[in-house]
Design a protein around this ligand. Sequence first.
Ligand SMILES: [Zn+2]
Length: 401
Amino acid sequence: MQLPKPYPDELAGSVWARASARMGVPLETLLKNTLGVRKKSISLLLGQNVTRIAAAMGLDPEVYLSAHTIFPYCVAFMPPEQQMRLREKFISSASMRSSIGSITKVVTHGVMERRFCPLCVSSDLQVYGEAYWHRLHHLPGVLTCSVHRCRVIATNIPLSGKVRIRDHLALPSSGFHELAPVADDALMCVANLSHAALTGRGHILKSSYDYRADAWKKGFGLTTTDLATAVFSNELSRFFGEQYLRNAGCLVRGLPKRQWPALMLRHNVSLQFAAPKHIMMRTFLHHGSTVKICKLELYQRPGPRLPEFSVLDQQIVEALCDIALKLDLMGERCTVKEMMTKARAWQSYRHHRKFFPLTEQFLAEFKRSELAVRQLGGRAIWRERFPTKFGLKPKKDVQKT
Ligand SMILES: [Zn+2]
């Protein structure tokens, strides 16, 4: 059974829907007669058995894969050898359920429902007499038609998952504008980059892109070697907004240093990131405003390690006990500061009092004891001048004895 020839940029599933409508044959029968499979639906994006589908459409498998599926977009940022391997695997394999799932999930996770551009629809109706589903409008984060530079319209038909049989056969008609608090020029950039990824055009995809160098130019450098990666992730997330990124399958989440924008800034990235993330990254680096990192507030360099306070607390109390014992034996008194200075703990204690509960308790008792100068009252100068008044031995007496 021969299917109609696909229109430019038409998605594979759209051809099946048109064929079913044109021939007046249920999709199930069409699939059985054409591919010999008992199925009630077929993927809008790709479809199994590339060779047989391509033959039914009168196309070369290479042309079918490149021009009517989202395959080129999914592999656009992979190394050329890997792209080639996957392409061969897709074309040669008759049943590729697992491969299809893993390769298309980039798109199915990032596009919630079918979309269309109203100007594309009116142009298609004028030229071909019927409307159809375009690949360009079914890419993650693409809310603008890169051909007409207008916003696309979302429908109530889910792209994948539970789709009603009659929805499989639906063609673009009505829908609603998807709201996104993202600047128009950034959305246009996402659309243009996605278009380039899909068609393999645009040298931007071919050239090696240095995300670190660009992040530096944007002001995210901390030192000559360090980048404020966590701040970068946060700024990217703020730039696009959480809802938009979630819908595009690019939500920024997890520990700041493990978030995907931060990981993409690593030296010699060995991880492979999905196409939409590369596109969001490049759009942000191009359109995000330059920042000024407040280094001291955000990324203080780690100073010397703080001591283990509980251990130090006990050591100080032991030292203070020794000092108190000697004071008692000598019949002397001292101040808290003198005592703590002797124990070599005054500075630590002054700056981190709350971490030394045992010391604090000891000092509270010390202040009430006969060993504390404080118990005598009066200022030091008066105690020196009138020692006997404060219960101290006169200096002369001390000298005599
Ligand atoms: Zn359009």
